[in-house]
Design a protein around this ligand. Structure first.
Ligand code: MN
Length: 413
């Protein structure tokens, strides 16, 4: 299906500020928890959100065409595209169906700030890659100073691991400082206790729309048809636990205590105008992983610690595209399925101000980060609030993702 791209000059009859994340060109979806009536899908427009089940009850959305509006389950890519097109038709400034129905507007248009939003789709699987080449190089320099920063496989396949989905949580969920085993001094016994090196990882993620049959792989070109939309991901990490559980860096208990995702699923249709070639791949990769056209995206990323900006990066620093990640994951015939969540790996840029983790920003704690508001940090402290935002900047509009935020709270028992 051809992507539904909203023209840059289109305007909605609901007023939207020029720097809003949610103009009519975006129209992302989320799942809201409503008091007394369960969960339902909402679509963001400016400071507001449309309550989709209410629009359906009023007959403005076709029940046969869109039967699932309590959540994303069972929704394929084409249906989501059709739903977004229908919402555009209701919101574009020349339309009157909803605009002129004052009574319906009162119940169907919600104040976005009043919403309680969940994880868009509770993931069936969580997969985390390592596709940010600057991050991988920095980690290599820190932990393997005597060797080339990248391992020999890095430019030949997107390194990743199958993670844990039960601890994927919605933005604004409090993050309990994890406990774990860490190395003892010299040859002493390891100790068990709260992590002293609590970190974040700036990542972007995407959900799988439709899977493959076991034994059949998905090639790079076809992979695009399997991407439902994108979210921001914070892959919280405990570096001291991570260093001890596996060398050079393990991805087991040091990661599985929590992963936060932003609530708004931004569709690939909305991101279509922001496709880019991506960085050159040298040496050329094997044929089954070769990119087909512009399969990367230009999305600006920001990280705030207690409200102060500490990092500016961009998805253009990813060496491997989402399509290549899918092609690689299925290259052994493993089935992927609706609701699988894939994360990119930490997205650092080449400059220190663009590093996507405390590990890199403070160079493993050696260069503490001075905060304008007073104090400094090597890693995150209890009470710290870490917030990520992302947006693709168009001419006169931006396709934003909203925020992915979490506060660190003390370890328990
Ligand atoms: Mn990660």
């Amino acid at each position: 299906m051809t992507p539904f791209v909203v023209p840059a000059d289109a305007r909605s009859w609901i007023e939207v500020a020029p720097d809003s994340d949610f103009p009519i060109q975006n129209l992302p979806f989320a799942v809201a928890v409503h008091k007394g009536r369960g969960e339902g899908m909402v679509c963001a427009i400016g400071d507001f959100a449309l309550d989709l089940p209410v629009l359906m009850e009023a007959g403005l959305l076709d029940e046969e065409e869109f039967p699932w509006l309590d959540g994303f389950f069972g929704l394929d890519k084409d249906s989501l595209s059709a739903l977004r097109k229908r919402i555009f038709d209701l919101l574009v400034d020349s339309s009157s169906e909803l605009k002129d129905n004052a009574k319906l507007r009162k119940t169907a248009i919600l104040d976005r700030k009043s919403l309680v939003l969940t994880v868009p789709i509770p993931p069936t699987s969580f997969i985390d890659f390592y596709s940010g080449i600057e991050h991988a190089s920095n980690v290599g320099k820190m932990f393997r100073p005597d060797m080339a920063p990248l391992l020999p496989n890095y430019r030949h396949l997107p390194v990743g691991y199958n993670g844990r989905s039960s601890s994927v949580v919605a933005s604004e969920t409090k993050i309990i400082r994890p406990k774990g085993q860490t190395k003892g001094a010299d040859d002493e016994m390891p100790t068990y206790g709260p992590t002293k090196e609590m970190d974040f990882e700036l990542e972007m993620g995407f959900y799988i729309a439709e899977g493959n049959e076991m034994g059949k792989r998905i090639n790079c070109k076809a992979a695009e048809e399997h991407i439902l939309g994108m979210v921001i991901v914070n892959d919280w990490s405990a570096r001291d636990i991570q260093r001890w559980e596996y060398q050079p860096l393990g991805p087991f208990l040091s990661k599985s205590f929590a992963t936060s995702v932003s609530p708004w699923l931004v569709t690939m249709d909305a991101l279509e105008p922001f496709r880019i070639e991506g960085m050159e791949q040298d040496p050329e990769v094997l044929p089954h992983l070769r990119r087909q056209g512009q399969q990367h995206f230009d999305i600006a990323l920001e990280v705030y610690l207690n409200g102060e900006k500490i990092c500016e990066s961009n998805t253009k620093h990813l060496y491997w595209s989402m399509s290549q990640q899918i092609a690689h994951q299925t290259s052994n015939g493993t089935p992927i399925e609706f609701g699988d969540l894939y994360a990119s790996g930490t997205i650092s840029g080449p400059e220190p101000g663009s590093y996507g983790s405390m590990l890199e920003l403070t160079w493993r704690g050696a260069k503490p980060l001075d905060l304008a508001g007073g104090g400094s940090r090597t890693f995150l402290e209890d009470g710290d609030v870490l917030t990520m935002s992302a947006f693709a900047q168009g001419l006169g509009f931006r396709i934003g993702f909203g925020e992915c935020s979490g506060e660190i709270v003390p370890a328990v028992n």
